[in-house]
Design a protein around this ligand. Structure first.
Ligand code: CO
Length: 490
């Protein structure tokens, strides 16, 4: 079963490139990943997609996805994959068919680009050109972006788009039109990966304050409520945090050693992430915090490394188990600079690691669960988040291409199943549970795939049990490589 490739059909790379997706005129054919880094125009009119295969009759909700759609402006461009303008995509299932549209979020960041042809606000790895005077001004009122290009969530009755920015943006799920600011975070930055706090009908998120007194905080936010701080940790050199873990009782703060001295953000004038330094000698610190009381239940040490995404965490007797996609170091941040990625067409992917945290022990017990690389991980969240589980899904890479394979890892046995088809760049596979839920993996995976041979994208529907293809819905153009999505029932 290990490394089983479900579909090894060879795609004829000599077939004509389609006219709707003009690509580079360079003689070297571009990989699917390179093509997926092409800026796109929005297509807000809903169109019915041609479906090959038969969609499950119970699949009647909507997949909404988020990610950068435009990196190149009239007068300038951004530096990094993470810096593009937020484009929302909707795949709306009904009557065995699927309708698709996409639209840019009308943030102030978007409007600045429309009006000036240039970046107007500070993004992850790009800053607008500033005069010396403007730089001094911005020290006192940071010009942080409102470009919410990372994830989407249903929060109460609202649909929101999020990124590591001071606010969440509301949008209309039917038209993808921007409604406005949904809420502001208690601190300047917050993760785009909040967890659902079902008991309180709220979300829990991790925020970071950078300044003379920096801190990481967990907070709880109910729709129409005010943020309530659960716990706060003062940090002189805060770590970069993209996500966190959560069990039934505990919040898990995993601090890998990519750290920033906040004064550098003011001093250097460099884009946000370029002020962070990788300090492997610090190792990694994992803290468990009681969800209700905010009290620390334990702190463990582990080897250095880096991670964007926690996968799951749960209590196993007295122990805590924390699974995440781990990189050996933080060089992935540099690998994802746009120029490099567009030229090279490849990026490395981390591996699924498990940390076992035992009471009375100082060090976490760490092990790699599978040799199959995994990123943009998903699980059967509704049934298994915070609980013992068996399966993780995500994007992976073959030896030949990057991010061109989907993988399912059995976290108990380490065995994996994969799907790939020549050079097709794959997106995060969102797990949708079937209504019967006969088993943890009874459902489908939805992934937006760009076919390198045609330059067009399709929505791939796989059986989550065995990664066999159930159906695909063809889009008339390429969809830029995005980050995260949510499936919502109607
Ligand atoms: Co993410």
């Amino acid at each position: 079963m290990i490394g089983d490739t479900m579909d090894t059909a060879t795609v004829d790379k000599t077939t004509a490139h389609n006219e709707q997706a003009p690509r580079s005129s360079s003689a070297t054919p571009q990989t699917a990943l390179q093509q997926a880094l092409t800026s796109a125009d929005e297509s807000p009119e809903r169109v019915a997609l041609e479906v090959r295969g038969a969609l499950p009759v119970w699949l009647t909700g909507m997949l909404v996805r988020n990610g950068p759609g435009r990196w190149d402006f009239d007068e300038s461009e951004v530096n990094h994959w993470f810096d593009g303008l937020s484009m929302l995509h909707s795949f709306d299932f009904a009557d065995g068919g699927v309708n698709y549209c996409n639209r840019f979020v009308r943030s102030n960041a978007y409007r600045a680009v429309e009006e000036t042809g240039k970046l107007g606000f500070s993004e992850f790895a790009s800053d607008p050109c500033r005069t010396r005077f403007q730089r001094i001004q911005s020290m006192f009122s940071p010009n942080v972006t409102d470009n919410p290009n990372v994830s989407v969530h249903k929060f109460g009755e609202k649909f929101i788009a999020m990124s590591e920015i001071p606010l969440a943006m509301e949008f209309d799920p039917n038209t993808l039109e921007t409604v406005g600011v949904a809420f502001e975070n208690p601190d300047m930055f917050a993760s785009a990966h909040p967890h659902q706090d079902v008991e309180h009908g709220a979300m829990i998120n991790l925020s970071c304050k950078l300044g003379a007194r920096s801190s990481q905080s967990f907070f709880r936010l109910a729709p129409n409520g005010k943020p309530q701080r659960i716990a706060k940790f003062n940090r002189r050199m805060p770590t970069y945090q993209h996500s966190f873990g959560m069990t039934d009782r505990w919040l898990i703060l995993t601090e890998f050693p990519l750290v920033v001295d906040p004064i550098d953000i003011l001093k250097t004038g460099r884009p946000f992430i370029e002020n962070f330094q990788y300090r492997p000698t610090r190792g990694t610190k994992i803290t468990a915090i009681d969800r209700e009381t905010g009290k620390v239940g334990g702190v463990w040490e582990a080897d250095a490394g880096f991670c964007f995404h926690h996968v799951n965490a749960y209590e196993d007797g007295e122990d805590l188990v924390v699974d995440l996609c781990r990189f050996d170091d933080a060089s992935i941040v540099e690998q994802l600079y746009l120029k490099r990625l567009r030229e090279d067409g490849s990026a490395s992917i981390g591996h699924l690691h498990r940390y076992r945290l035992s009471p009375g022990r100082k060090r976490a017990d760490e092990k790699r669960l599978s040799e199959t690389p995994l990123e943009l991980p998903r699980i059967n969240y509704g049934a298994n988040n915070g609980k013992a589980y068996r399966f993780a899904y995500g994007v992976s890479s073959t030896d030949e291409y990057s991010l061109n394979m989907l993988a399912k890892i059995d976290v108990e046995t380490g065995e994996s199943l994969t799907w790939s088809e020549g050079d097709c760049a794959v997106g995060e596979p969102v797990f949708v549970a079937s209504p019967e839920q006969r088993s943890e993996d009874d459902g489908v995976l939805l992934s937006v795939v760009l076919d390198g041979s045609s330059g067009r994208s399709f929505l791939l529907v796989l059986d989550a049990a065995n990664l066999s293809e159930i159906a695909r819905a063809e889009v008339a153009h390429g969809i830029p490589a995005g980050f995260h999505g949510s499936y919502v029932k109607h």
